[in-house]
Design a binder for this molecule. Structure first.
Ligand code: DX5
Ligand code: ZN
Length: 224
């Protein structure tokens, strides 16, 4: 199946004084998703933004909001994030303890959003095998979660190929998203390895946003 390739600019790298304008530039130039990174200072060392910011974005735009929860026990906040405007909620396998992944993924579906599961670069894919039949997307982290602007970890290519093969063998139907260190130089290889939802922070928001988004979309067009 030829999956649509989508760009998900990560607003972690945006200028928050110009957030509305910058989101508009992404949307206007062909970004299908907006990637929204929530960090709690526990699952990852950083803090980012939470419910009020996503609620404001939701009021101002109809763009698909792809919410990446880098927080412990994400179950606690699923309903609130969906109510605030998340179209898709991605939880981390490593963060679900008291409420497991199955329970959390069910909750996302009940709330009416798309379900995503993510693993850190060091977590092998085998751990998420039980969940592949109950997700709409798998997010492979290609940097250690927590900070934008880090270099892409090359072992992600093997993980992407492994996951693509597992999807094929199992007859599953999930998108494969990759997040961290994606640039105009490596995005083509990332797509060839199997990803179809591409998160990019620094390579979209640093510099000419309209130009950067357009260049990503041009590369996507060459791949479809
Ligand atoms: C990292 C975040 C990423 C980050 C990507 O924890 O999940 O979404 O914003 O930023 P770049 O593209 O700069 O690596
Ligand atoms: Zn992210």
């Amino acid at each position: 199946m030829n999956r649509e390739i989508k760009l998900a600019p990560s607003i972690l790298a945006a200028d928050f004084m110009k957030l509305s304008e910058q989101i508009g530039e992404c949307e206007k130039n062909g970004a299908a998703y907006l990637h929204y990174d929530v960090m709690d200072g526990l699952f990852v060392p950083s803090l980012s933004f939470g419910l009020p910011v996503i609620a404001s974005i939701r009021k101002g735009t109809g763009i698909f909001i792809d919410c990446h929860l880098m927080i412990v026990e994400p179950y606690r906040y699923i309903e609130e994030f969906v109510k605030a405007g998340a179209d898709s909620v991605t939880i981390h396998y490593e963060a679900c303890k008291e409420h497991g992944c199955t329970e959390s993924l069910k909750k996302i579906k009940e709330c009416g959003a798309r379900r995503g599961i993510s693993i850190r670069p060091g977590t092998p894919i085998v751990h998420i095998l039980p969940y592949l039949g109950m997700v709409d997307m798998v997010l492979l982290m290609s940097v250690e979660p927590g900070f934008g602007g880090q270099p892409f970890i090359p072992s992600t290519y093997d993980k992407l190929r492994e996951l693509t093969a597992l999807r094929e063998e199992g007859g599953f139907d999930f998108d494969i998203e990759v997040d961290g260190g994606i640039t105009l130089d490596n995005v083509s290889d990332v797509i060839d390895a199997g990803a179809n939802v591409i998160v990019s922070g620094s390579s979209v928001f640093k510099g000419d946003i309209a130009g950067n988004v357009s260049r990503f979309i041009e590369i996507f067009k060459g791949k479809q």
